[in-house]
Ligand binder design. Structure first.
Ligand code: MN
Length: 228
């Protein structure tokens, strides 16, 4: 195979304790998957099921690297999220076997231009400029499920400059990870390298240049980034 110019590099994430990296295919994100966050965004978790959107794979920021405050916004919000990474996929995966497709887990931030998202919602337009901007997805290195298991409970939290802003528990997820994988695989063919950002607990708020964001999921790890 030859190309008319060099293709873009494959986006990757680190794997804790290993030299080999995890090659990323797609980044799926789940919206309104914690009831308290659905309410703070003006939704009703009893009537509206969670839904999906995507970020480009090359929007990932490696563990610990700075988050550049993006252009065209005055209201960038943090959303701490539990991230699942797949090493296999398929269509119409059943819930009972969904976790067999999970390579491991990490902790990510679904950074959001909230003002552009509000405008998009009002106008009935897509969310890409609000959610899928360059470098909108800081993410920790991954840990293998063979090492840490498949967490379905445990604290998820985010601090800004040392002060707690977001807090929840994986057991509060409206859709469990097997439910998310099963449903997502009815919409898209899932593949090795896919990431799923599983939604954020309540407490989302604006960040400012200079803020240090640090968040984590019990038993999985932490992610840290500075807004520059
Ligand atoms: Mn999110």
């Amino acid at each position: 195979m030859s190309y008319v110019f060099d293709p873009s590099p494959v986006p990757t994430l680190g794997v804790e304790g290993e030299a080999a990296r995890f090659p990323v295919h797609r980044v799926y994100c789940v919206g309104r998957n914690y009831a308290e966050h659905a309410r703070e965004m003006g939704g009703d978790p009893n009537r509206e099921p969670p839904f999906f959107f995507m970020k480009p794979a090359d929007a990932l920021i490696q563990a610990g690297a700075d988050f550049p405050y993006p252009a065209q916004t005055k209201d960038v919000h943090h959303e701490i999220e539990f991230v699942a990474a797949l090493h296999s996929g398929g269509d119409n995966i059943d819930q009972a076997h969904a976790l067999d497709h999970v390579f491991g887990y990490g902790v990510g931030l679904d950074m959001t231009r909230r003002d552009l998202q509000a405008e998009a919602k009002k106008m009935g337009r897509p969310w890409d400029t609000a959610k899928g901007f360059d470098l909108s997805a800081p993410c920790s290195d991954l840990k293998r499920a063979s090492t840490i298991g498949h967490p379905d409970s445990g604290r998820i939290w985010l601090t800004v400059n040392g002060e707690t802003r977001q807090e929840g528990d994986l057991s509060d997820l409206i859709w469990s990870l097997p439910e998310m994988i099963a449903y997502l695989s009815t919409l898209f063919t899932l593949r090795a390298g896919d990431l799923i950002f599983t939604g954020t607990p309540a407490g989302v708020a604006a960040v400012q240049r200079g803020d240090v964001l640090e968040g984590g999921v019990a038993g999985v790890g932490t992610v840290r980034t500075r807004v520059v």
